[in-house]
Design a protein around this ligand. Sequence first.
Ligand SMILES: Nc1ncnc2c1ncn2[C@@H]1O[C@H](COP(=O)(O)OP(=O)(O)OP(=O)(O)O)[C@@H](O)[C@H]1O
Length: 451
Amino acid sequence: MPRYPDDTPNLLIVDDDETIQRLLVIAAKDNGWRPLAASSGKEALGAASDATEAVVLDHGLPDMDGLATLIQLRERHPDLPVIMLTGLNDAETAVKALRAGAADYLTKPFELKRLFDLLRELRREKKEVAEVPAPAPSSKVPRGPMRSSSPKVRELLRRMEKAAALDSTILLTGESGTGKTYFAREIHRMSRRSGEEFITVSCPALPRELLESELFGHERGAFTGATASRAGRFEVASKGTLFLDEIGDLPPELQPKLLNVLQDREFFRVGGNKLLKTDTRVIAATNVDLRSRVQLGTFREDLYYRLNIIELNIPPLRERKEDIPGLAAGILARIAARRSSPGWKLSSEAQKSLIAFDWPGNVRQLENVLERATAFTDEPTLHERDLAPLLESHREAPAPGMGRPMTLQELERDAFIQTYHLSGGNKAKTARALGISERSVYNLLERHGLK
Ligand SMILES: Nc1ncnc2c1ncn2[C@@H]1O[C@H](COP(=O)(O)OP(=O)(O)OP(=O)(O)O)[C@@H](O)[C@H]1O
């Protein structure tokens, strides 16, 4: 971070209430900050600068409201953490603020100590990101709270923590293998529901009728083969969390039913006439752009908005390369524990080669490469030579005619990977485009290290 003269303000306080503003300015000075006060959104936008380390922003401002100010502040200074002050019982604004990128929120009235603890924490995190080197490759990453060396992911984790506590519906977006399921479990673990069920339902894994029964249950005789009645996942996970994976593949016939549950928390089993209630928290995930599905008319717009109360986007691994050493160390520790092995270190060249790679299959592919590399070595250190053939097999092969001719296997791999990416990682779509079964798509994903 560049150094500024010692009297340059580094904390922007935005509140139109003069008494509160004065109080916050005095408290900020007492806590070692150099505050600058603004009374309106416009004033705040003019006052924020590269020297500003954090903003405390009141929601109720006279000109543009706090949310609009927040959005513009974030556009101009994407890395500037903003703490939003909201009214008591104003969960809606809190959710909107988090969605718009607020680092945190506090409901008025709040303890000054809480605000300055939060600010201190934000400052410390920013410093750590700038200064702390990636974890040593040999360090074992315990299964504690999630950590990250990437500023993008740290911001995501902060929002995730707040979202977990708010109990709202969450939409996790990100490419295949980025960790949507992993994050969904974390959200559940951090929420007040952690002692209850966490249930995953993969939307494309079942045909429509079975999926309907899986989600909502059925009564005996509801369809051929329904010899006994069965509770659906909304009943079983009523106090817990239901994770709906690949929600973009939810058949259109089931979309109104899901919308109803999300709106009214009520539903019928298939073939049932008793209205059942559920308190399930829904986390949905998608690796396709749901908005484009809405535009195509295959996904209901009202359902999209119901699911997308809070969207958490998990960046692809190539956009958070700082995390590769830590993730690799954690994965190696997990493999070692599973195989009762003393474990492996990565040589610095090996680590560099992992960082240099683009990881189209994201964390899942990293796991796969390390799993295979450790299976083929008897040494405690993984070298670049152990990884090179595995990484090479994922790299673009030279186009035919440019070098040696491609083998049939390479052609198959390229056609598959290209189609898979063009279909946005959608397995059903890939299967249709290539004229193969979904099962074969799963096999090919595994064979090419994308699963
Ligand atoms: N932050 C992380 N730390 C450790 N392991 C992780 C992390 N993120 C993802 N993984 C691991 O990477 C693999 C892929 O993650 P996950 O299944 O959650 O991805 P996904 O985004 O849900 O994929 P898909 O869209 O294909 O369902 C899993 O084995 C998971 O345990």
